[in-house]
Design a protein around this ligand. Structure first.
Ligand SMILES: [Zn+2]
Length: 221
């Protein structure tokens, strides 16, 4: 496995709040990369999103078919909100930051979620890549999350994603079927996580998680 890496916190593009601008921001973020960015304005594949902060990981798990199993998808589920708060405060994720992030997720009407796989909690590739930024273990975070009715899932199988879908359609998401990493970027804005942070992290993390295979980005809007 790869060693820990520090992911770049931001791309350089300015952000303005409208969905159209978010679309432009994504295109610009991938401009000087080999990634192929396409826009899909059909509603194909979209389902009503559940109230849970699922991971962008495309693998289905034990919650598949349930409302929690089609929650909004973020890098690492609840982890990215912790990382965002830690970056903003110039420190590593600790118990206070975890509490702050879980509070923010619940205040937005969502249920915080993290997951593992057959390799344990490091089976969340986002957490594994971001470990350097955590001064608290995933086991302790799991305990804190479950103590306040968070959702935990065990994902199955290996990574077979062949694209990254960045969804901008509010209230909708894509169910995990193994085919795509999914990020519901517009929802992260409601949690005060800037798209620049998310896009910078995706550009760094997705090639590692997919062993360089994923180079197609589909913007759903
Ligand atoms: Zn994950």
């Amino acid at each position: 496995m790869q060693g820990d890496i520090m992911l770049p916190p931001e791309t350089k593009v300015e952000y303005n709040n409208s969905p159209r601008q978010l679309d432009v921001l994504i295109q610009e973020a991938f401009n000087e990369t080999p990634w192929r960015v396409t826009v899909d304005e059909s509603r194909e594949g979209l389902v009503l999103a559940g109230k849970c902060t699922r991971c962008m990981d495309g693998r289905p798990g034990n919650l598949v078919g349930s409302e929690m199993g089609r929650g909004v998808a973020f890098p690492g589920g609840a982890y990215i909100v912790m990382v965002d708060r830690a970056f903003k405060q110039g420190k590593k994720v600790d118990e206070a930051i975890v509490t702050e992030a879980l509070d923010a997720i619940e205040a937005a009407g969502l249920t915080p979620y993290i997951h593992d796989d057959r390799h344990g909690l490091l089976g969340c590739g986002y957490f594994r890549l971001m470990q350097e930024n955590f001064a608290i273990t995933a086991e302790r975070i799991k305990e804190m999350l479950l103590a306040r009715n968070g959702t935990f899932e065990t994902l199955e199988g290996d990574h077979t994603e062949n694209k990254l879908v960045i969804n901008l359609v509010d209230g909708m998401t894509l169910e995990p079927d193994g085919s795509a990493f999914v990020v519901d970027l517009a929802v992260l804005e409601k949690l005060d996580v800037k798209p620049e942070l998310v896009l910078g992290q995706l550009k760094a993390a997705v090639p590692i998680l997919s062993h360089g295979k994923v180079i197609d980005v589909v913007i759903k809007k």
